[in-house]
Write a protein that binds this ligand. Sequence first.
Ligand code: XLS
Ligand code: NI
Ligand code: NI
Length: 436
Amino acid sequence: MAAFPDVDKIVYEGPQSKNPLAYRWYNEDEVIEGKTMKEHLRFSVVYWHTFRGTGSDPFGAATMVRPWDDGSNSVENACKRVRVTFEFLEKLGAPFYAFHDRDVAPEGKTVAESNKNLDAVVKVLKEEQERTGIKLLWGTANLFSNPRFMHGAATSPNADAFAFAAAQVKKCLEVTKELGGVNYVFWGGREGYQTLYNTNMKRELDHLGRFLHMAVDYAKEIGFTGQFLIEPKPKEPTKHQYDSDAAACLNFLRSYDLLDSFKLNLETNHATLAGHEMMHELEYAGMQGALGSIDANTGDLLLGWDTDQFPTNIYLTAQCMLSILKYGGLAPGGVNFDAKVRRESFEPVDLFHAHVGGMDAFARGLKIAAAIREENELDHFIHHRYRSWDEGIGAEIESGKADFKTLEAYALKKGEISPNESGRQEMLENIINHYI
Ligand code: XLS
Ligand code: NI
Ligand code: NI
């Protein structure tokens, strides 16, 4: 029996359509800058929010109505949920999905039991992937829900927690490989600390470096060729998360000689929690060749935590797509909706409204970004703004010919710098508005 009997396959109807369950912008075969929208955007649905989110919060119980789910933690229920997930993905037309090990299969009482449960569900996931052609964007291990990880996993003061985390990631790598996953994500979870009164930060970071090296080695050993990704996040659950933003992650990877094996999975709401715009994080990673994938969502500045809302703001999606196009796209990464419906949006159809809106917002952002790039006004402006570096003293500095002594001589001779020019921010903001 269908879980969504009232929803047909969502199709592209164009900007004039008033049908809320149709795409107005996402036309998967439309070619932009030489690639189809489907290839550019590589949309992915997350298992945890979309199929495991209950709507509970610290003030109230679950609100979501999910008639297919019996609410139990049985493997049978988990397998039934897989069929529903793939009905949803097919009707939506999303080519990818992503999961944590513990979203798809119930955790058992022992490592062996957990692995057995996972194997049973992975069998169904594989069947459904083969039936539909839908692929796994990434797998990840949940190293934060079980109370054994209360002080962290790889960074726990308890070495047993590290060992159990390693066992879990080992298994999760095996199933991600089995399912043909094209990436594997490490989000730090509880890797961080609340107070230095009880924390040896250096030792914890050394352990995290060791852990990730073991993961790289094991991936090689089993022939897993997916891209490894680290997902920065600055706070929640701990006050000081070690992977706080793109810069912190890249510094960590460089310090522990892991830079060649990892890229970043950047999430919009995490960027804003870190006090950055998403575009800053994309640029920072992109300029260092570390832009891997994105968790597409948005926060709410008036709330100030990781609210994981669906992105609908086309300024935001256009900015994301500007950076993504600039750095040559995300593949093998994708646009992964790490986003959840509000607890008041409790009906199954709300899952469709949410994803259709997010996909359309990104499709529109892609079109806007491509139009901006075609006219090239921003690039021209930036290029012109830096022209003092193209010749004369600027070129001498960039090429390493100048030193403090030659620059002092230059300054003494010149008397005062060439006049500064306006940054023209307001004009540039107005130019962007021409395209929106
Ligand atoms: C939590 C993270 C998480 C990762 C996967 O804030 O966004 O959902 O994407 O572990
Ligand atoms: Ni995320
Ligand atoms: Ni998040």
